[in-house]
Design a binder for this molecule. Structure first.
Ligand code: ADP
Ligand code: MG
Length: 341
């Protein structure tokens, strides 16, 4: 075989495989873009488990007319300009990969309007080929429609599960994102069926209602509220009481600077904070939000960005561990905890 340069479309499809696994991953990327655009309301519509249609409509900043087609091109992002920006990236996206990747494995349409434009514009891409820009009626904000996911990648399509399973993945994804931003309202519909409806939640009791909707009434009824700040790290959220500890680590929601994480260092630090109050082999449940200077963390470690690299992992670990331990100690002082200095 001779060495050949791959066609552009194929390169995009290969890259898409890295981040776009199923309809839920499409929605994750689209909703994160809406959040990055400052949306206060996000409406998600799906058909046939998202395979036939994934649509996200937001009331965010919109995309300039001249940039609509660019948003579908590879490595086009408005979020970073220099390599130094990577150090302090505060947005969920920054690679400029999601839209072109999705475009290469679906039929996509973008309709958007910025606040200073009297009307909206739309642009589409089919099989990676971008269409002409056209005017379109739209309120300020953006609608992205993704149809027929993987229609041109049969090998990928084969891996999709039943409508029910894919819808389940989507619901869990939307729930995780809804937990990350209380101030934004979310609605998820499958056809005419409303699967999730989360009004904007400013006050703590409203936030607790959203947590109850997503994590369960049981959890919030058995939760301890935590708010702690020390040496550049902030933490707030809800920890389950030790009696609510679970057989599986299945109710663990951790957000760093608004980004959902599945991080081993974080999980083990929180466990350690519970070590004297829960039985061996049981797992804590929690919904926690941590804030830290973005320069203290490298989110560039993995394309799906579920894991991060902390500049000072030890510091973060100790902060988390001590915050949790303190809540347990204050709540159960003198009963279950051994005294420690
Ligand atoms: P990234 O999010 O990594 O920048 P994407 O491919 O997801 O890359 O999006 C490309 C660009 O399109 C973004 O940088 C942003 O400027 C614009 N964009 C995408 N979705 C939206 C949206 N819902 N609202 C406003 N701008 C958007
Ligand atoms: Mg993005």
């Amino acid at each position: 075989m001779s060495i050949r340069v791959l066609p552009e479309q194929l390169i995009h499809q290969i890259a898409a495989g890295e981040v776009i696994e199923r309809p839920a991953s499409v929605l994750k990327e689209l909703i994160e873009n809406s959040l990055d655009a400052g949306a206060k309301r996000i409406e998600v519509d799906i058909e046939e488990g998202g395979v036939r249609l994934c649509r996200v409509r937001d009331d965010g900043s919109g995309i300039e007319r001249g940039e609509l087609a660019l948003a579908l091109s590879r490595h086009a992002t408005s979020k970073i300009v220099t390599i130094d920006d990577l150090e302090r990236v505060g947005t969920l996206g920054f690679r400029g990969e999601a839209l072109p990747s999705i475009a290469s494995v679906s039929r996509i349409q973008l309709i958007s309007r910025t606040p200073d434009s009297p009307m909206g514009y739309k642009v589409g891409a089919d099989n990676g080929r971008v269409s002409e820009l056209e005017p379109a009626a739209h309120p300020v904000g953006t609608t992205v429609e993704v149809r027929d996911l993987f229609f041109n990648v049969p090998a990928r399509r084969k891996f999709l599960r039943t409508e029910r399973t894919e819808t389940g993945h989507i619901l869990r994804m939307v729930e995780r994102l809804a937990l990350s931003r209380f101030e934004t309202a979310f609605v998820l519909r499958a056809g005419r069926r409303v699967l999730g409806d989360y009004p904007a939640a400013a006050a703590r009791h409203e936030q607790e209602r959203r947590v109850a909707q997503i994590v369960g009434d049981e959890f919030i009824a058995n939760a301890l509220y935590l708010e702690h700040e020390s040496a550049g790290c902030k933490l707030r959220g809800w920890l389950c009481q030790p009696t609510f500890a679970r057989a599986q680590p299945d109710l663990q929601h951790f957000y760093l600077n608004g980004r959902m994480l599945r991080d081993r260092l974080v999980a083990s630090a929180i466990r350690l904070g519970y070590r004297d109050v829960i039985f061996h082999g049981r797992h804590p449940a929690f919904v926690l939000f941590m804030g830290i200077d973005p320069r203290q963390v490298d989110v560039n470690a993995h394309p799906a960005k579920l894991e991060v690299r902390f500049r000072d992992g030890r510091h973060v670990h100790d902060f988390l561990f001590r915050s949790v331990e303190r809540v347990m100690r204050d709540t159960f002082a003198g009963t279950t905890l051994r005294d420690r200095p």
